[in-house]
Write a protein that binds this ligand. Structure first.
Ligand code: GDP
Ligand code: IMO
Ligand code: MG
Length: 429
């Protein structure tokens, strides 16, 4: 298995950025295949923090980085990110970054619609990042999206803007909102074209060439299994498939080439936005985890909801996503706790079940069944070898492996790049 796909196994923010950056030292290409700038991936190198939303997390090392067709791209946000990362000393040129010419764009009208719907939904809101992800994917499957390649052909662009606005202005009329002017949008897109087009190419071809030359490809997922539009806590999910299966379709490679599936897994559970969360802790323990883990969103700055490790959810993610092994992150956040709880099943209407049911109303009624494990007082922060871990921390890790049915391949003990323990190399299986 020469290639590796990194996916989140919970509700996102598991530490994918850190792990991708670390693994990128062993890879030749890093590819994003779904999501958009709803993602916020943080990596820390020698105390310097880099926050990436659209750029693959290999860019900081200078690894060839590809934004695949499955990603929805807000080109203005991308240009801002390129400038921001440039100011940190990471220069992005078409030598380093390639963008799928068939990727769909997120336009300002998408974020406006996303935010308007959230306001209208009131208490029933999804708690989206407000970035227009859902509306952009709707236009993609509705076959009216503007794609990167359209920017190269003005006649097509004009026709597509007309078609897109016919749809959106009908929606806006229905909402009693002001209609959009096609000329303004066209002018913005024309100004953007010369900045974006130098990065555009058929990335499926680049990837095929790399694969045939024996290069190692690292796929970088965004969000997590429980935010998957099919397998997650629908409708409190994002609008793309986040599971490893998407890596193939979202980059233009066959499924046989994707390789080892590495599920990034936090040693406890967090979630941003609304929706069911059986092991959520609305108490001092939850606050403590949130403070120690600095659980504030990278994209929106929202406080993340925190709770105990839910082995049922991760076991489900292992099965639905074909996870071969996990990278367990943020173990250090649990240092100094007397005892730790792990959810091993749910009680639903008097019966114990071992999976999360599909219906949201049932998910809301799931009461966790916990197993209690002993905590550890010694620090695991910054540990770089298995031998540095306290025995009770090792016991916690081993129990998690048993419960989820997948081995730990990597262990992360701080935000820093090198505070990582390799248990077995995903690139060599
Ligand atoms: P992503 O979306 O999966 O890439 O994760 P985020 O970057 O949104 O959130 C993970 C946060 O935890 C970031 O601030 C990371 O710097 C930090 N982090 C990653 N791994 C570890 C770890 O092992 N320990 C601690 N304490 N922090 C970590
Ligand atoms: P990374 O890649 C955590 C959540 C939002 C909301 C739901 C839908 O950093 O792990 P959307 O804007 O996608 O329509 O919002 O999904 N969400 C994330 N939560 N990490 C993310 O990405 C997320 N991307 C979206 O909070 O609940
Ligand atoms: Mg994140």
């Amino acid at each position: 298995m020469a290639n590796v796909v990194v996916v989140g196994s919970q509700w996102g923010d598991e530490g994918k950025g850190k792990v991708v950056d670390w693994l990128a030292a062993r890879a030749d290409v890093v590819v994003r295949f779904q999501g958009g700038h709803n993602a916020g991936h943080t990596l820390v190198v020698d105390g310097v923090s880099y926050k990436l939303s659209l750029l693959p997390s290999g860019v900081v090392r200078g690894t060839l980085s590809i934004i695949g067709n499955g990603v929805v791209i807000n080109p203005w946000a991308l240009m801002e990110e390129i400038d921001r990362i440039g100011a940190q000393g990471v220069t992005i040129t078409p030598e380093v970054l390639r963008i799928a010419e068939n990727a769909c764009l997120i336009l300002p009208l998408h974020s406006t619609l996303d935010q308007a719907r959230e306001v209208a939904a009131g208490k029933g809101k999804i708690g989206t990042t407000g970035r227009g992800i859902g509306p952009a994917y709707e236009d993609k499957v509705g076959r009216r999206a503007i794609r990167v390649c359209d920017l190269a052909d003005d006649a097509t662009l004009e026709m597509k803007v007309d078609r897109l606005l016919a749809h959106h202005n009908a929606l806006l009329r229905g909402l009693g909102a002001e209609e959009l002017n096609g000329d303004d949008l066209l002018a913005e897109l024309r100004a953007l074209a010369p900045k974006l087009l130098p990065y555009a190419e058929p990335v499926w071809l680049t990837l095929d060439t790399a694969y045939r030359a024996g290069k190692r490809i690292l796929f970088e997922g965004a969000q997590g299994a429980m935010l998957d539009v099919d397998h997650g806590t629908y409708p409190f999910v994002t609008s793309s498939n986040t599971v490893a299966g998407m890596a193939a379709a979202g980059s233009g490679m066959g499924p046989g080439r994707v390789g080892y599936v590495l599920g990034i897994t936090k040693a406890y559970t967090t979630r941003v936005g609304s929706g069911p969360f059986p092991t959520e802790l609305n108490d001092a323990v939850g606050d403590r985890i949130g403070e120690r883990g600095r659980e504030f969103g990278t994209v929106t700055g929202r406080k993340r909801r925190c709770g105990w490790f839910d082995a049922v959810l991760v076991r489900q993610a292992v099965k639905t996503g074909g996870i071969d092994g996990i990278a367990l992150t943020k173990l250090d956040v649990l240092d100094g706790m007397d005892e730790l709880k792990v959810c091993i099943g749910y009680e639903l209407d008097g019966t114990v079940i071992e999976h999360l049911p599909a219906a949201v109303a049932q998910q809301e009624r799931c009461v966790p069944v916990y197993e209690t494990l002993e905590g550890w007082q010694d620090s695991t922060e910054g540990a770089r070898s298995w031998a540095q871990l306290p025995a009770t921390a090792v016991k916690y890790v081993r129990r998690i492996e048993e419960l989820i049915g997948a081995p730990v391949s990597l262990l992360s003990t701080s935000p820093e790049r090198e505070d990582t323990i390799l248990v077995h190399d995903p690139f060599t299986g």
